[in-house]
Design a protein around this ligand. Structure first.
Ligand SMILES: C[S@@+](CC[C@H](N)C(=O)[O-])C[C@H]1O[C@@H](n2cnc3c(N)ncnc32)[C@H](O)[C@@H]1O
Length: 221
């Protein structure tokens, strides 16, 4: 993706809610130093439960969730600075104090986020990476699930939605192969009677095309 015009200025203007974590300075620090930087209670100014969306994109879901649940804290993780800057700007414009953004690849999340910090993880319309050679880039592949396990509190859950049936089936197997159980599985979320769904940007697009949305909740056994 081309670097957007004025990206550096926009990132700097949002630096109270958006943290660019994969810079050279951060990499030089030890894992302990990096983790210590993120005392989440200090970051949010309270000890409210924390929920994380990996691959938050432009942040529609995160901003709406934060507005709907002010008693929870939300962290959006996204590897593309071009994209996450729009999410951070959206949250700032809405005056949301309980939404923060980490410009970071999910594979490094446990270097920056403390263990057992999250009540819930959201994976919304993660890239399916259809080629098998790229299967380990899928955010539901084993290497990511092992990271999520370290981040989730006891009893914590992963809520996963996708439009892609093959990716959904593959992910179901991946969850169960890595010690998760699944519940509330839906093969057509919008006809399932599920209440309180917050749609994402991608979800809106797929809904306009009349496509079913697959959804599940996973928890560690
Ligand atoms: C298909 S978009 C979905 C965006 C949003 N969740 C939605 O539903 O509208 C997937 C997003 O995940 C991000 N992503 C993919 N792999 C990632 C990784 N390893 N770490 C962080 N973000 C990632 C992509 O950059 C992209 O913005």
């Amino acid at each position: 993706m081309r670097r957007k015009k004025h990206l550096d200025e926009r990132l700097a203007a949002a630096n109270d809610v958006l943290f660019v974590l994969e810079s050279r300075e951060f990499y030089k620090k030890s894992k302990e130093e990096k983790t210590a930087l993120f005392d989440l209670a200090a970051l949010f100014g309270n000890k409210n439960p924390v929920e994380i969306e990996f691959g938050c994109g432009r942040g529609k879901f995160l901003a709406e969730s934060a507005a709907k649940f002010p008693e929870r804290n939300f962290i959006g993780v996204e590897k593309l600075s071009n994209v996450i800057v729009a999410a951070a700007e959206k949250a700032k414009k809405a005056g949301l104090k309980n939404a923060k953004f980490f410009n970071l690849s999910a594979e490094n999340a446990d270097c920056f986020l403390p263990p057992r910090c999250a009540e819930r993880i959201y994976l919304n319309f993660s890239c399916p990476f259809p080629k098998n050679t790229y299967a380990n880039r899928r955010l539901t592949s084993g290497r990511f699930l092992e990271i999520y396990k370290t981040l989730l509190k006891a009893g914590g859950e992963i809520w996963f939605k996708t439009d892609n049936m093959h990716f959904f089936e593959w992910s179901l197997e991946s969850f169960t192969a890595h010690g998760f159980a699944v519940k509330n599985v839906s093969l057509d979320l919008h006809k399932s009677g599920f209440e309180g769904n917050i749609t994402t940007e991608y979800e809106e697009r797929f809904l306009r095309c009349g496509m079913p949305i697959y959804r599940l909740e996973a928890y560690v056994l």
